[in-house]
Design a protein around this ligand. Structure first.
Ligand SMILES: Cc1cc2nc3c(=O)[nH]c(=O)nc-3n(C[C@H](O)[C@H](O)[C@H](O)COP(=O)(O)OP(=O)(O)OC[C@H]3O[C@@H](n4cnc5c(N)ncnc54)[C@H](O)[C@@H]3O)c2cc1C
Length: 354
């Protein structure tokens, strides 16, 4: 938004963040081994939108990184998300063959089905296979991620978990995929490279709101905090990242490994794979989901009816302020991938500055 306002509309922007760096959760930095570390967990860029890809390409070149992941199971590491290769890796060969054949006889090859549907199928072999996939890969991961028992998790979350009937080990199917060649922070610095944009870090809106004058305010923090929680607090899930440098060339076979049945950790990310960087050491971040407690960061809005109702109350409050707009993951209380966050900003810019 700051980039468009300065570069296209030629207006002055004050960009603030209470963190000590720009870029929010996509911020990355080079550590002492020359490895680019994505501080807030792995961020793989993917989009089907040519417009968004072309827009960001004004500020960066891209690598051809296509994200893949593995999951740790009682049968070792398997491809994730689940596809026919995962079935071969996880089950003993006779069962894997039978399971895959029945899947392909019943469903369209190349398509996807949900694990929840399969758990209720009339075919006993399909039900048994789905149950094992669910126990090995989904159940505990989902509970850790959301801090709830499986019964409490919004059923649509589990219903959406896909099994792909193909053998393509790619995480995303989007047309455009890659990583900014010099990292996200370099791309963002280019976006902000305009004397009309002043960046102030370590600055919380609450601390300066009575001291700055503005025509328009775009707020990407949490909407409940902006209104001083007058209707109550919007819940979020958070994460703790334990970033470690290890004295070995590699820790795991690829950038992302999920640990569904570890008691507390969900993922380990080995960063040197992302930009294909070489070092005798390696940097790995281990992710531990936790509740948002007011001291850590808000990462995931929790999409449950009562939370959306509360958010709607704030949105109605916001309508009283015609020169203030809320957007982004926290302002809209909606999980956005990076491309969606960018798309939302571009749309809002066109709407406001038409
Ligand atoms: C662990 C994790 C992994 C992800 N992986 C991917 C991925 O692989 N691919 C993908 O496309 N997307 C991924 N995402 C999503 C991606 O991070 C978001 O799409 C993107 O960060 C959204 O940007 P945003 O500006 O809405 O929010 P944010 O990045 O959260 O930025 C909001 C900023 O506002 C600041 N702020 C908040 N309140 C205040 C205040 N009162 N005063 C001053 N500053 C304030 C915050 O400090 C923060 O820097 C991931 C997200 C997480 C959490």
């Amino acid at each position: 938004m700051a980039e468009r306002i300065a570069n296209v509309s030629g207006q002055k922007v004050l960009l603030i963040d209470r963190r000590p760096h720009i870029g929010g959760n996509v911020y990355d930095y080079k550590d002492k081994n020359g490895i680019t570390v994505q501080k807030y967990g792995i961020h793989a860029f993917h989009t089907d939108s040519k417009e968004i890809w072309d827009y960001l390409s004004l500020f960066t070149e891209w690598t051809d990184y296509h994200h893949q992941a593995l999951a740790e199971t009682s049968h070792g590491l398997v491809n994730f998300p689940v596809n026919l290769n995962t079935i071969d890796e996880l089950f003993e060969s006779d069962f894997a063959k039978d399971f895959s054949e029945r899947l392909l006889n019943k469903f369209h090859e190349g398509g996807k089905i949900s694990v929840a549907d399969l758990q209720n199928d009339e075919d006993e072999v399909l039900r048994r296979g789905a149950e094992i996939l669910y126990e090995e890969l989904f159940k505990n991961y989902t509970m850790k991620q959301w801090g709830m028992s499986v019964d409490e998790v919004d059923p649509s979350v589990i219903a959406r978990v896909p099994i792909y009937l193909n053998r393509q080990n790619r995480y995303f199917t989007d047309k455009y995929q890659g990583l900014p060649k010099e990292g996200y922070t370099a791309m963002l610095n280019k976006m902000l490279d305009n004397p009309l944009i002043e960046v102030r870090l370590n600055t919380d809106w609450n601390d300066i709101k009575d001291k700055v004058r503005y025509d328009k305010l775009f707020f990407t923090g949490s909407i409940d905090a902006f209104f001083n929680y007058k209707y109550g607090r919007l819940p979020y899930r958070s994460l703790r990242f334990d970033i470690q440098t290890l004295p070995q060339e590699h820790y795991q076979p690829m950038a992302q490994v999920n640990h569904p049945n570890h008691p507390t950790m969900t993922r380990s990310i080995e960063h040197k794979y992302l930009l294909d960087e070489k070092s005798r050491n390696t940097t790995v971040s281990f992710e531990y989901p936790e509740a948002f407690n007011g001291k850590n960061e808000r990462y995931y809005p929790i999409s449950q009816k009562e939370n959306i109702d509360l958010y709607t109350q704030y949105l109605n409050e916001a309508k009283k302020y015609p020169n203030i707009w809320f957007f982004g993951r926290l302002g809209d209380y909606k999980y956005y991938n990076m491309d969606q966050a960018v798309g939302r900003a571009l749309e809002l810019y066109s709407e406001v500055f038409k």
